[in-house]
Design a protein around this ligand. Structure first.
Ligand code: ADP
Ligand code: MG
Length: 565
């Protein structure tokens, strides 16, 4: 039918819209980055699909993005020659919340309803950022391969409803028209838009064209010959990672990171490498300076990790295939020369070449973290705070790199700085007393409980350092970290401190004197304890619970009980 159909947004879309428009207020300008990033994704998708179906490029071979504006109509238009959308896809992609990431985003926000602008882009709500500056958005789109009359016109004022109607569109791809709100006229300016494109989208691997404007007098630029007169390319349009390191500025690396990771903050560090040989590939890996808030919620958002390219063609988000879970905070790009372009996720999972690339990525990341720990103590401290617990998972997940990972971990300790995680296992070993043969630790529910444990008294009296483990993951990790640099790790409640001769004698005398008392306590407690003994563990407290060598630590037993085991 020719009459537009009106539909309601899913309840959650309305919620996201509300959130986005209110919380992005101080970062309005990112709407352009988000829409260009969608256009670029659409070009990526078409380039990928056209490998198997070259016909999809019929009519217009060039993949590109055009950005224009109209002062009188007060509109900004972003058009791409990418994959486009069918009617079903429009409904599924920009009328509902398809990605579970968005759902998690909403759940995580909970009742607070105050979105940190930094988080918005990470959750696939990018398109809705258009409504930060526009009070009406029109989308005209036609999927590649579909006939001209299979186009769709979508329109909404972002308040709960949208309209859909068929449209005849001569060209494939998507056009997004923003009808600007009152007061947003600053964006109706070529220089302003050009500056935003350069700032946020310079690295986009497709040309972003803008209408030519008369250059300031005396600056005629004849060198730039553009195919279509009237338009000129506004971005660099080269894939950043393919350029030589020496020619890339820190700022360019940071800008690339920000659009890749949808982050407003700078990356903490990066590593850019080209491997040549029987198998050639390029990696550009970043460590963020702050954790995305869902990092410890167990999951990882597939779309935020590593992007796999093959000879500069974007293939897929392949974080899981390219990095183990404990390095899920890493962002970046892997571009391989020798993988087949029609590779599928299933093939990737058992591909030997990919196995090598994966190994190389892990090595690069660990190298990078090591470098931080050596050369940039402040950044490293921030890294430990943000990702230290995630890294601990590697002790279990990546036995091959266990020693390297253990070296990077930092803990609180009886000789550390309060509850700050600053003590490395190497620091500990360097301070070990003569004759001390183990790395001692205590586990507890929190730093205070660990630091105040009566188990520590004798260690304190003997000036023996004890690591204070109070993160949830510690028990699990310690179950797999039995030794480091040839020294066993021991729980203070399990191992016995060796006694000297005088202490042994004292102990025996005390045991004899206390025998009647021990018997009485033993009969009172009955089956609840295995044995009641006089111990050398304590100096001030009258008693404590101890474990035999193979028993579960109390903290772990408690966790398991909590989990209903
Ligand atoms: P994300 O890009 O993170 O998926 P967005 O809100 O930016 O989230 O976009 C939602 C979806 O809408 C995209 O995943 C894509 O399927 C579709 N989409 C948006 N813009 C375009 C476009 N220019 N061409 C084709 N599809 C698009
Ligand atoms: Mg997007």
């Amino acid at each position: 039918t020719a009459t537009p159909e009106t539909r309601k947004f899913e309840a959650e879309v309305a919620q996201v819209l509300h959130l986005v428009t209110h919380s992005l207020y101080s970062h309005k300008e990112i709407f352009l980055r988000e829409l260009i990033s969608n256009a670029s994704d659409a070009c990526d998708k078409l380039r990928f699909e056209s490998i198997a179906q070259p016909d999809l490029l019929a009519g217009e071979a060039e993949l590109r993005i055009d950005v224009s504006w109209d002062k009188d109509a007060r509109t900004i238009t972003i058009r791409d020659t990418g994959i486009g959308m069918s009617r079903e896809e429009v409904v599924a992609n920009i009328g509902s919340i398809a990605s579970s990431g968005t759902r998690r985003f909403l759940e995580a926000l909970g009742s607070e309803q105050k979105a940190d602008a930094r988080l918005i882009g990470q959750f696939g709500v990018g398109f809705y950022s258009a409504f930060v500056v526009a009070d009406r958005v029109t989308v005209l789109t036609r999927r590649a391969g579909d006939p001209a009359d299979a186009g769709v016109r979508w329109e909404s004022d972002g308040r709960g409803e949208y309209t859909l109607e068929p449209a005849t569109l001569e060209a494939r791809g998507t056009t997004v028209v923003l009808h600007l709100k009152e007061g947003e006229d600053e964006f109706l300016d070529g220089w302003k838009l050009r500056a935003l494109v350069r700032k946020y989208s310079d690295h986009v691997a497709f040309p972003i064209r803008m209408p030519k404007e008369a250059p300031p007098a005396g600056e005629e630029d004849e060198a730039k010959a553009d195919p279509a007169p009237g338009w000129e390319t506004a971005n660099d349009a080269s894939a950043l990672w393919t350029r030589p390191k020496s020619e890339i500025t820190d700022e360019e690396y940071q800008n690339f990171y920000k659009s890749l990771g949808h982050d407003f903050n700078d990356a903490a560090a990066w590593s850019h490498n080209r491997v040549e040989g029987s198998q050639s590939f390029t990696t550009l890996l970043y460590i963020p300076s702050q954790p995305p808030f869902d990092l410890m919620m167990g999951g990882r958002d597939e779309r935020k990790g590593l992007k796999l390219y093959i000879k500069r063609v974007f293939i897929m988000d392949a974080a899981e295939e390219l990095l183990p879970n404990y390095l899920r905070f890493v962002r970046g790009v892997v571009d391989a020369d020798d993988l087949p372009l029609n590779v599928s996720r299933e093939i990737l999972q058992q591909n030997r070449q990919l196995e090598r690339i994966r190994g190389a990525c892990v090595k690069r990341v660990l190298d990078l973290v090591e470098k931080l720990s050596r050369d940039e103590p402040e950044k490293f401290a921030a890294f430990i705070k943000a990702f230290g617990n995630t890294l601990k998972e590697g002790i279990v997940e990546d036995p091959g790199n266990r020693e390297r990972i253990a070296k990077l971990l930092r803990f609180a300790s009886t000789k550390g700085e309060g509850d700050a995680r600053t003590v490395s296992l190497d620091d500990y070993i360097a301070r070990m007393a003569a004759g001390q043969d183990a790395i001692w630790y205590v586990t507890a529910d929190g730093y205070r409980a660990a630091a105040g444990s009566p188990q520590l008294e004798r260690f304190r009296a003997k000036d023996i350092e004890v690591l204070l483990m109070s993160d949830r993951i510690d028990e699990w990790m310690l179950g797999h970290l039995r030794e480091y640099a040839g020294k066993p790790l021991k729980h203070v409640a399990k191992g016995e401190l060796p006694l000297d001769e005088a202490e042994k004698q004292q102990q025996e005398e005390a045991a004899q004197a206390a025998a009647p008392l021990l018997e009485r306590i033993s009969s009172l407690l009955g089956d609840r304890v295995e044995a009641v003994r006089v111990s050398a563990r304590l100096t001030d407290s009258p008693s404590c619970l101890a474990l035999s060598e193979w028993e579960m630590a109390p903290h772990l037993a408690h966790l398991l009980r909590e989990a209903g085991q």
